[in-house]
Design a protein around this ligand. Structure first.
Ligand code: GDP
Length: 195
């Protein structure tokens, strides 16, 4: 499934531009700088696959990756930029809502949360949107190499508490570090069972 064959397909800014829902897909969401590009690259085994989504001007696009025409991996735009203009945020929310309610082939959303920070208000908003869209989501903690064991345990408890409020949440939290390679094969296995 992830033998290095994953390719960038396209970045889209409106529903019309999305590839047909002919293949199953999973998507990745998270605050900007949460480590989403690094995680997608680690999971797919490619060094710079998801870098395009980080270049200025592309941040509001939904990026589709595909592997051997068997499934899509979908990189949603990072949210929670400090000084994002209201109009841009509104446009992004419209696109995200349309995406989440319009893709019958979407099997699961992975909501990435920084292991140092835990679930923030903007993450809660995305989780509520996923509830309303009836899209099952699973929380992935990123950068677990950063906090101490004690701090990580506290964050895990905070995340558990937050997830308990969301009917669409899958209870199991995936602990990852793209830098150290923790949890990457586990995440690959989860994705493989979904698509
Ligand atoms: P994105 O904006 O969510 O796509 O985040 P990036 O993947 O670009 O990562 C943001 C920053 O976090 C970069 O400086 C990365 O080097 C760093 N980072 C990403 N993953 C990890 C990780 O697992 N451990 C550590 N220590 N840093 C990471």
């Amino acid at each position: 499934l992830f033998a290095g064959e994953t390719e960038f397909l396209k970045g889209v800014v409106e529903m019309d531009g999305m590839p047909p829902g002919d293949l199953l897909e999973v998507c990745f969401a998270g605050r900007s700088n949460v480590g989403k590009s690094s995680l997608i690259n680690a999971v797919t085994g490619r060094k710079a696959l998801a870098r395009a989504s980080n270049t200025p001007g592309r941040t509001q696009e939904i990026n589709f990756f595909t592997a051997a025409d068997s499934h899509y991996l979908v990189d949603l735009p990072g949210y929670g930029y400090a000084n994002a203009p209201v109009a841009i945020v509104a446009k992004w929310q419209r696109l995200l809502k349309a995406y989440l309610s319009g893709r019958a082939n979407l099997r699961r959303a992975f909501v990435l949360v920084d292991a140092r920070h835990g679930v923030k208000v903007v993450d809660e908003e995305i989780m509520s949107l996923l509830d309303r869209s009836a899209v099952t989501f699973q929380c992935v903690l990123t950068k677990i190499d950063k906090p101490s064991k004690a701090d990580l345990d506290k964050v895990i408890e905070q995340v558990r508490g937050a997830l308990a409020k969301h009917p669409a949440a899958f209870p199991e939290i995936v602990l990852t570090s793209s830098e150290k390679g923790h949890g990457i094969s586990e995440l690959r296995s989860i994705i493989a069972t979904l698509i």
